[in-house]
Design a protein around this ligand. Structure first.
Ligand SMILES: CC(C)(COP(=O)(O)OP(=O)(O)OC[C@H]1O[C@@H](n2cnc3c(N)ncnc32)[C@H](O)[C@@H]1OP(=O)(O)O)[C@@H](O)C(=O)NCCC(=O)NCCS
Length: 130
């Protein structure tokens, strides 16, 4: 899935991209699993529901494409992101110490079994395929 972008509550702000999410389905033909990447919302829009809408859109895409599951890598301490993932039903399946940008972190792999998940509500998101 190409990167999806989201506009602000008042529409496009000068055409700027204010958030993103992507789905890597390149390994899905092997194991039916897609990878969620680059969920990010600008400081301007955080806390207004854009992150949950982007996540819903990405999961709706995965569901529509028939992927069996979705996984992602994050790390401990990204509490807002973790709250979103937990709400969507992702489960922690693996964690280990690692380094991100030169900093020691606890890397965490989360997975969502789409076969056991109802269709995510992706309808309200305003998407623009990059
Ligand atoms: C994670 C992220 C995408 C969430 O985007 P967002 O647009 O702020 O998310 P939402 O507005 O949909 O809020 C999602 C939840 O987080 C909560 N939340 C938002 N900002 C918060 C804050 N500063 N403190 C605590 N909770 C917060 C919201 O209350 C909401 O929970 P609720 O639905 O129970 O009310 C955004 O914070 C971000 O870009 N973070 C940096 C990048 C990052 O960590 N990406 C994930 C990498 S794995």
């Amino acid at each position: 899935m190409p990167a999806a972008t989201v506009c602000g509550p008042r529409g496009w702000a000068g055409g700027r991209i204010e958030g993103s999410v992507a789905v890597n389905g390149s390994c899905a033909s092997i194991d039916g699993t897609a990878e969620l990447r680059w969920l990010l919302v600008s400081d301007l829009l955080r806390g207004h529901g854009a992150g949950s809408r982007l996540l819903g859109a990405a999961l709706g895409f995965c569901w529509d494409r028939g992927f069996k599951s979705v996984h992602l890598w994050t790390f401990a301490g990204l509490d807002q992101a973790r709250k979103l993932y937990d709400s969507a039903g992702f489960l922690l399946v693996e964690q280990h110490p690692g380094r991100r940008w030169g900093i020691e972190v606890l890397e965490q792999r989360l997975e969502l079994d789409l076969r056991a998940t109802p269709l995510p509500s992706a309808q309200c998101v305003q998407l623009r395929r990059a």
